[in-house]
Design a protein around this ligand. Sequence first.
Ligand code: 13P
Ligand code: SF4
Length: 333
Amino acid sequence: MTSYTQDLEEKGFIDQPVDRSLDLIQEIKKLKEEKNAVILGHFYITPELQDISDFIGDSLGLAREAARTEADLIVFLGVHFMGETAKILNPGKKVIIPDLKASCSLAESAPAEAFAAFKAQYPDHTVLSYINCTAAIKCMSDVIVTSTNAVQIVESFPKDQKIIFAPDRNLGGYINNLTEREMVLWDGACMVHERFSLERILELKEKHPEAEFIAHPECEKPLLLVADYIGSTTALLKYATEKSDSKTFIVATESGILHQMKKKSPDKTFIPAPSNDSTCACEDCSYMKLNTMEKLYNALKYELPEIQLGKEEIEKSLKPIEKMLEISDRLGL
Ligand code: 13P
Ligand code: SF4
């Protein structure tokens, strides 16, 4: 076994020493040109990685970009399920992510076998799955949704349509309330969005009475009940920087989004919502933060680690993703 492969098996990334004298930004740009690669980055990665990405966005925007890219090599700075989505949309291309261990607590909360058994209890239900799930769950789904289009996609089904929504119980519950439906919910959640502390947020609101509290629908219901605005990362960004006249915002989603907010509105103040554990940086997604400049450099150089999916898995999981893109285009989302 080569040391590269050993590294991948043990650590999930290429652990080759990176020369400290290298200007990584320039080297990454050079490699990208040489290989006709595109770097797609999610809003939750670190500011320097956001700034070196060719496209930065939320799950829907990144899926769209992956579907239209003409690059030969796709480098995904996000988490594993996002790399999988890019691969499903580009089966003939190499898709790499800097660290294979960049998982997602939400995706992990829905293991394939348990979900298959759950689904079997509701044979007459349509399965809508949030994009934060593994390819195996996508294979068992009828339509994929993201937090940007979930409400509208649910609304596009007749009111009496029986629906299973997976894997996020918070997003599912939020949609049930908003659309007055009773979708059956899989009991999964995101560890970052579940850890925000209502008590500490209310204290912050008291200290900053002029601030608006904005939250991602992956947060728990008691938090959403006191939010001034609820939306996907893109919606939160637009609201805080374009739509609202407020000058201060308490933001309940992964802290990476604050970089784009500050860039777009340097005159405004963005306060990350505190979590229920003051000793950790819990508003950071530890999986997203596995992406680093050094790992990106090595990934581009060695074109590893690569997202691997079987032909059948790609074919099956492509259908509900295409359905999502088709409905989103039709609804102008
Ligand atoms: P969006 O990118 O759809 O806002 O979802 C947030 C998220 O949790 C991604 O992991
Ligand atoms: Fe998954 Fe939550 Fe991290 Fe998003 S923030 S990648 S949902 S663990």
